[in-house]
Design a protein around this ligand. Sequence first.
Ligand code: SF4
Length: 591
Amino acid sequence: MREILYVDMSTLSIERKPLPEKWHRYGGRALTDAIVYDMVPPTADPLDQDNVLVFAPGLLGGTTAPNGGRLSIGAKSPLTGGIKESNVGGQAAHALGKLKIAAVVVSGKPADASARYLLTIEADGGAKLSRVDEWAGAKNYALADAIKAMRPADDRYATITNGPAGEAGMKAAGIAVSDPKGYPNRFAGRGGMGAVMGSKGLKAIVVSDKGLPYLEHADKEAFNAAMKRFSTALTTHPVSGQGLPTYGTNVLQNILNEAGGLPTRNFSSGQFEGVESISGETQREVTLERGGNVKHGCHTGCVIQCSRYWNDKDGNYKTKGPEYETVWSFGTDCGISDLDVIAELDRTCGEYGLDTIEMGATMAVYMDSGAIAFGDGPAALKTLKSVFEGGEPGRVLGDGAEAVGKKFGVAHIPVVKHQAMPAYEPRAVQGMGVTYATSTMGADHTAGYTVTANILGVGGTVDPLKADGQAGLSKNLQIATAMLDALGLCIFVAFPVLDIPDAFAAIHEMAAAHTGDVWDADELMRLGRETLTLERLFNEGAGFTAADDRLPVWMKTVPLPPHDTVFVVTDADLDSVFDFVPETAIAMGLR
Ligand code: SF4
């Protein structure tokens, strides 16, 4: 029986209750959504006591399901104003899963705004809040060290920490989760979840799973058989078995550049002349030269292993990756072609607890204002540090691209629902434009990754420059992604799932064998549709309308080199993406 750990920061009380029957098929994103939908008034102030912050491993969390250790962090977002699920790797999901904790729900806020708390969840299930005011303002790596110093040497635990950006209520603040080596380098970056954690006075969570085994299954033999087939699919598909493990996520830098879909200098071109110096191929070469790591999992049980560690010129660990999105945001989008500068910007964001996608896009918007030049790495670093260390533009930077663009009068601000677009140009990868426009999350590449069929030829092909087929492609991928997020599976399993029918069958067989419930292809897709329906209904309640499901107007009028295309998908197509919501809402008893 899974349980929910309720942590009330107003009364500083903790209660453990059984997971309600109505949610027993939910995990991860489905469960964070259901809890936020149930507990949070859609019009609530995201940083006030009515919001809740939910941490939920997927339905397969705590098991040996390959790539099954993703954590969903949900709340009403201070950045978008809508519901948010920010997805992250690291060790915390498996630790919670092994403890049979389906979700940690943090509500209320302490009367004393200067108070800081540590939530400790021990391997025996005991949980307590401790006052840690001395940690106020601490950066993420220092927090990880402070926690290590207070734990027994033979402990095994995961950390969830909040940097100073979250404490300061910045809308671009993310939450850090520790990786298998204990580095606080995996980020639930998007949507300001760190600000919500900060508003609750919660500085850190420690989850110990010392001595706890992976979970038992209702049918062990069936689970293991499906698990092996799934693992084989992941390790034999060209993208998940070769491209990602060899070059990491930054394998995409050259691919998107060649496709003309790599947003450059604040989305003014689809190609970057400096791409060679920051490509995944170069990154691998330099990483190996410096004794860094070029292949490991962000959590135990990952068989794809796209993670890596970047060392500085002296061979010392600097940061993870950097990932494709970060190399793009601080590199290509800012016109910077120096991996060491990008790694320094990445580490600085990691220390403060800022989302690198939002911050890189924000920096590019600031550069577009003319305040500093595109390509000026030292100026970018100084600008980023101005958030906390003084100088220009200072605090506003931490509220993201839209806030900076409006303050400095920039014409082209690449956001949807107030959230900055990631590393795919909607005018050259039209399917991604549909996902950015319609996603409940704001501009989010992981919500429905049409790069598969638009660029990589995975799961079929859809011409990236034309409108035909993009809405249907995005819709199906958004449903499938919501399902994977609910199970706690990494989005990268989608590559083999789209090409190898048995990989999809293996997923529902694992879900059925683990839980003892009936799971098949239809049930999995229903899980995806229900998850998205909860999100759409919440956002409707928060005041979102069809007008919010649109790209910035300039993307429909200003042609993008080198294809000289604009975004051509019609509003009617965009409005068709969530056509299943009314019927699903009725079936769920929500309408
Ligand atoms: S494939 Fe990469 S992102 Fe996915 S679980 Fe493995 S290391 Fe993490």
